[in-house]
Ligand binder design. Structure first.
Ligand code: PEP
Ligand code: MG
Length: 324
């Protein structure tokens, strides 16, 4: 399927209106890295580090992780890699960490909540990332931030580890970016200072959508009930983009929906300029984006929203049929 899109692989995802949307890929294993070149992705917009923890039966050591992260950066050959810190809990349970007995794991002790409450593992991972970067740029992203202070605390941990590494005489990253995933509706309403402090924000649509509609992402029966192109959800995405734009905070979208061409088009029409998706989706998404004028797409969506319709999918698809 990738061959079908090979003719546009090295071209930008530039819409007819001239707007360019950056397409990055999601990864989690070393084996994913060759796709960076074959797909034409501009970087790794989401590297899910928990996979390295999930495939083992004991906690990986710092040196082991540092070696893996360094190899990932080597393989990326200077392209940006966004390392998401350990995102466990909910559906991802580590065999060697006693699972908590929780009535509602998706709303439970997971991701950054674990990292902040038991910082040993998080600090070890941050040290591994800093050592792997050693003189190169480093990008770290914290999952499941629900309120400003969680980001502030997590950021302080990174700063603490940078100081520690400097004291130990280790080389520091050339520069460092520290981002937050927006996966709970609460964070969209965080104070302006949050948006000013974060180096970038990435919308985790898989979780965000489940919490927006209160519909379990693992439960087909309720999940399918709510269209990603539902006007409420799209308007919410648009509001998030607007808040980020007010403070000049770069914003991307890295949930699975970004890899669906019609969804990706609607996100771009809502103002998103960076999307991260599975490598096989880059070709199809780019192909569609290059065929359309995003201002026209926005007008179609606005008209549909004003009409009181529930989802813009049908009008957008009808409009697409009229495009060459
Ligand atoms: C998301 O929630 O959209 C996301 C990218 O994280 P994950 O799917 O790993 O929870
Ligand atoms: Mg998530």
């Amino acid at each position: 399927a990738q061959e079908r899109y090979s003719s546009i692989r090295d071209l930008p995802a530039q819409a007819k209106c001239g707007t360019v949307v950056q397409l990055h890929m999601n990864a989690g294993l070393m084996a994913d890295l060759p796709s960076l070149n074959s797909s034409g992705a501009e970087g790794v917009g989401l590297f899910r580090t928990e996979l390295q923890f999930l495939i083992r039966n004991q906690m990986p050591r710092r040196a082991e992780l540092a070696a893996i992260y360094a190899r990932v950066m080597d393989a990326a050959g200077g392209k940006r890699v966004v390392f998401r810190t350990l995102d466990i809990g909910s559906d991802k349970v580590l065999p060697y960490m006693k699972p908590q007995d929780e009535p509602n794991p998706a709303l439970g002790w997971r991701a950054i909540r674990v990292g902040l409450d038991k910082p040993g593992v998080m600090r070890m991972q941050l040290q591994a990332l800093i050592r792997a970067a050693s003189g190169r740029p480093l990008t770290i992203m914290f999952p499941f931030v629900a309120q400003f202070d969680e980001y502030r605390e997590a950021r302080a941990f990174v700063e603490g580890e940078l100081h520690r590494e400097a004291r130990l005489g280790h080389p520091l990253p050339e520069k460092i970016e520290i981002g937050a995933m927006l996966e709970t509706p609460s964070l969209a309403f965080a104070p302006r200072q949050f948006f000013e402090m974060t180096d970038f924000i990435s919308i985790g649509g898989n979780d965000l959508k489940q919490f927006f509609f209160a519909a379990d992402r693992e439960n087909e029966r309720v999940r399918r009930r709510y269209d990603t192109l539902n006007v409420s959800y799209l308007s919410f995405i648009e509001q998030i983009v607007n808040r980020c734009n007010e403070t000049g905070t770069p914003v991307s979208f890295c949930g699975e929906d970004a890899g669906r061409p019609v969804e990706a088009l609607c996100f771009a029409a809502m103002g998103l300029r960076q999307l991260s998706m599975r490598p096989a989706s880059i070709g199809p998404v780019k192909n569609l984006l290059r065929r359309v004028d995003l201002r026209e797409a926005k007008a179609v969506i606005d008209e549909a929203r004003a009409s009181g319709i529930q989802s813009v999918r049908k009008p957008v698809k009808e409009w697409l049929q009229t495009q060459d």
